[in-house]
Design a protein around this ligand. Sequence first.
Ligand SMILES: *Cc1c(COP(=O)(O)O)cnc(C)c1O
Length: 389
Amino acid sequence: MSDSPTGWRSSPGGLPGPGDGTRAVRAGLPEPVKHEPTLPGPVFAAHFHLPGDPTGPYTYGRDENPTWTHLERALVELEAPGRDDVEALVFASGMAAISSVLFSQLRAGDAVVLPSDGYQALPLVRAQLEAFGIEVRTAPTGGDAQLGVLDGAKLLWIETPSNPGLDVCDVRRLVEAAHAGGALVAVDNTLATPLGQRPLELGADFAVASGTKQLTGHGDVLLGYVAGREGAPMAAVRRWRKIVGAIPGPMEAWLAHRSLATLQMRVDRQNATALKVAEALRTRPEVAGLRYPGLPDDPSHRTAARQMRRYGCVVSFTLATRAHADRFLDALRLVEGATSFGGVRSTAERRGRWGGDAVPEGFVRLSVGGEDPEDLVADLLRALDESAG
Ligand SMILES: *Cc1c(COP(=O)(O)O)cnc(C)c1O
């Protein structure tokens, strides 16, 4: 049985499927056609030729687009390898994907559990959910604290590792409790990427992510997606995308798909360097609260190791004061001052400058890029030296 055009996805008799690199370079490619490119270019169409009775799939550009179809197949192959009962839907941004799950699944009178330490736009979403009569409960990611406020909820929203604090919760444990109480579970998989963690295999109903970060990795595209088992909940998400029209342009979808071919190379390189960076930073007395889930003695590591295959490219730590952190960021030469994370060029920011996250003033979120590890470590240690005092 082969469920992909190129046949390699099938794993007869439960044999292991192809490795991540093999999967990433081929994900979502259509059957080769002589004289056609391997990855067909973006299809720019607001509408498609449609004489007579309107039959699918391609009718109007807000509903379907062949460039999305290729990308959505690729995302299924990454989030749910070997499964043919999962579908993915692409969105204009991570927030479009997140909002589409929340607002399509919840009604007035329902309760939803969000992380209290999640992505900085979640408080805005919370205010909107409450305006629609939805009860919002929050608890921290660490210690599986969301379990304590789950009773009677309709949907549990998990973000693990959490951004920017890098706490981790036990997805299987939370899913079991949520399902026992009749709640659906969505996991924000942005930081891990599907090569780091596969929420659907851990039992979640939705894997949701911003593709803006490490998934596409070049800092030039905004994108989001939702993956989940085919059925009523995903149909409601699809309907919501049609209603709000939060669709990616064909060019963005194509750029994202093109970027997936290097996903395993980027992720392996960036994540390995992130571990080296964390190991170098931990030797410095001025660095406090260092967090990287891949460090064996990080508070997140034990749980992370049970459910993650790679630990991400984000390292966070705290310098004593806001001024110290600002001097450090100014002194960096290879690390650009910018928000977001996951790109091939390292970036860092003092997270407190936004005012949204509950972090100390000197808290730095560092996103490790594709530079040579020795160069990056040297730059970071030099900047620490120069900013001391
Ligand atoms: C960036 C981010 C989002 C939002 O994604 P956009 O593409 O910027 O809309 C959601 N969740 C997490 C964890 C993020 O880092």
